[in-house]
Design a protein around this ligand. Structure first.
Ligand SMILES: Cc1ncc(C[n+]2csc(CCOP(=O)(O)OP(=O)(O)O)c2C)c(N)n1
Ligand code: SF4
Length: 249
């Protein structure tokens, strides 16, 4: 396996929709690697717009997992090659719906890698179907009158679950967003903490990132920013849910 250092300047092109958050997030990860001096890194991609974002990862080693199986694949890779700085990169549908079992089990075992989950409140790549993270009342292809939580269940909060339930001991859990400069800088710090935890062998980290999907939200990029800021963060509050040992308040 050839592994080369990735610098932000070397991240590749992307063919995502205009205003999509994926490109910003990939850039943040690459910047964090440079700042932490990471030389051997690899990403396990989920199925969804995370794989549309594939070229953006440029020189990083990339593994394509089956739908929902990212954290199971990453578990195997990290156990065989612990020297690789490894992360999964998945959408909410991939990591929390189809791959819920794999994600929960990796967190439960405290596997030593970082799970990055892009929460855009829908199944983006397939045309905008309802996900467990879809907002109450949100219109999607499969909730055409708006999500009815009495029928479908409430929006789903995996970061809160693995941070609060007895028996789970993840190293670091946080929720960030990429809708303005402040939230982008805050998210970068979260990603840095997560990767530092892995480098210190502290165990599993999960960073969920609220990300705009202008195409399936049927909004302009500016409307997406306002929607996240005014509505989504009320349902999915930003911040650190589990801080690293030694960093507690
Ligand atoms: C086993 C399987 N089931 C369903 C699909 C179809 N599929 C491809 S991407 C996707 C949704 C991905 O949604 P999400 O993980 O939220 O990522 P996004 O595209 O929103 O970034 C689905 C259902 C598939 N490829 N394989
Ligand atoms: S469908 Fe949404 S998440 Fe996918 S590339 Fe387009 S804007 Fe991004």
């Amino acid at each position: 396996m050839t592994i080369t250092k990735t610098k932000p300047a070397k991240t590749g092109y992307h063919n995502l929709c205009p205003g999509c958050g994926h490109g910003v997030i990939v850039r943040l990860i690459a910047e964090v690697f440079e700042e932490l001096g990471v030389e051997k890194e690899a990403v396990v991609l989920g199925v969804g717009c995370s794989c549309t974002a594939t070229p953006a990862f440029g020189a990083m080693d990339r593994f394509q997992a089956a739908h929902g199986r990212g954290t199971a694949t990453a578990t195997a890779i990290k156990r065989c090659r612990p020297e690789i700085t490894l992360f999964t990169y998945q959408g909410d549908g991939d990591a929390y719906v189809i791959g819920l079992s794999e994600t929960v089990n990796a967190a439960y075992r405290n596997e030593n890698f970082v799970a990055v989950v892009i929460n855009n409140n829908n199944f983006g790549m397939t045309g905008g179907q309802m996900s467990w993270t879809t907002m109450p009342g949100q219109v999607t292809e499969t909730s055409i009158h708006g999500r009815d939580c009495g029928y479908t269940g409430e929006p789903f909060h995996l970061p809160e679950i693995i941070s609060e339930i007895r028996g789970f001991h993840p190293a670091y859990v946080a929720r960030g967003a990429v809708y303005d400069v402040k939230s982008i800088n805050q998210t970068k710090k979260m990603l840095k903490n997560a990767f530092q935890a892995q480098l210190n062998n502290e165990g599993f980290s999960l960073v969920e990132i609220l990300s705009p999907c202008p195409t399936n939200w049927h909004m302009t990029p500016l409307q997406c920013k306002e929607h996240i800021e005014d509505e989504i963060v009320k349902e999915y509050p930003l911040g650190e849910l589990k801080v690293r040992k030694g960093e507690e308040g």
